[in-house]
Write a protein that binds this ligand. Structure first.
Ligand code: SF4
Length: 129
C-alpha cells in the first residue's frame, strides 16, 4: 500500500534540518524522512490533503490545515511543475528526483513557496543561480 504525501512536502524534505512548528512535529517529520529514505522504491500517493507529515502538526485542526489555501497552492504548483496530477502514484525516489530537477535546480522553488515562514532555511541552502 502506498503512503500518502502532499506534493509540496517533496520540497520540504529536501531542505529539512530539524526545525519546525513544534518539537513533536519536527521529530515526527525527521522520522518520516528517514523511513522514506530507507525504502526509496516505495510507492507514494500524491494527494492535495493533510498527509503523514501533517499528523503531528499543530496547524492540523481535525484533518484540515489552518493555512489550507496557501499549502494547496504549493501542492498544485509542485504537481504542475513535475507533470503530475493529484492522486498519482509514483516511487518515492522518482518523485524526489522530479522535484529536485524541475523545481529546485531550475530555481522555481521560491516562486512556489517563497511566502512560507520557513523560506529562509531553503533559500540559504539553494545554489546561486
Ligand atoms: S502547516 Fe499544514 S501542510 Fe504543513 S505540515 Fe502543518 S498541517 Fe501539514
Amino acid at each position: 500500500m502506498s503512503r500518502m504525501l502532499r506534493p509540496h512536502h517533496g520540497m520540504c524534505f529536501q531542505f529539512y534540518e530539524g526545525k519546525g512548528y513544534s518539537e513533536d512535529f519536527t521529530d515526527h517529520m525527521g522520522r518520516i524522512i528517514r523511513e522514506m529514505e530507507a525504502d526509496p522504491t516505495q510507492q507514494v500517493m500524491l494527494k492535495v490533503e493533510t498527509d503523514i507529515v501533517c499528523e503531528n502538526c499543530p496547524n492540523n485542526e481535525g484533518g484540515k490545515c489552518t493555512t489550507q489555501d496557501k499549502v494547496k497552492r504549493y501542492d498544485e504548483e509542485v504537481l504542475k511543475a513535475c507533470g503530475l496530477e493529484d492522486r498519482d502514484e509514483i516511487p518515492y525516489a522518482d518523485f524526489i528526483t522530479l522535484v529536485h530537477d524541475k523545481i529546485i535546480k531550475t530555481g522555481l522553488r521560491s516562486d512556489i513557496c517563497g511566502d512560507c515562514s520557513w523560506d529562509y532555511i531553503c533559500r540559504g541552502k539553494e545554489l546561486p543561480q
